[in-house]
Ligand binder design. Structure first.
Ligand code: FES
Length: 124
């Protein structure tokens, strides 16, 4: 059902854990399944230098969250903000049709973390 890459990111997710000294974080939930995800970012000179995540969710949400952090790390805030659900799905060599919505969590949490970071800079 899942690609080898999805299983690899599910079994050995990258960039896991909370980040107490994060510059910003974004939390989103999927009301239809109850899964929740928080993405933490550290930003230096406009670039996401470090990123991690904590998720309570399904196999696909773990794999897509992991891949979202891999794709975002080292990118500028603008570049990271443009990562799409389809980018994440493609990087995982596809997801079953009924699990494609799980990729929303990672992308939404990443965009929220970026938004929260930018808002913080404006209120400093
Ligand atoms: Fe909820 Fe996958 S079923 S994110």
């Amino acid at each position: 059902m899942y690609s080898d890459k999805v299983m690899e990111h599910f079994m050995s997710p990258r960039n896991t854990g909370s980040m107490p000294d994060a510059d910003a974080e974004g939390t989103v939930g999927d009301p239809s399944c109850g899964d929740t995800l928080t993405i933490y970012i550290k930003v230096k000179n406009g670039i996401i230098g470090d990123i991690s995540f904590l998720v309570f969710g399904c196999t696909a949400s773990i794999a897509t969250s992991s891949m979202t952090t891999v794709l975002a790390k080292g990118k500028t805030l603008d570049e990271a903000n443009e990562i799409t659900e389809q980018n994440v799905i493609d990087a995982l060599d596809g997801l079953p049709e009924e699990k494609q919505h799980c990729s929303n969590l990672g992308v939404s949490a990443l965009r929220k973390a970026i938004r929260n970071y930018i808002n913080k800079q404006h209120t400093k």
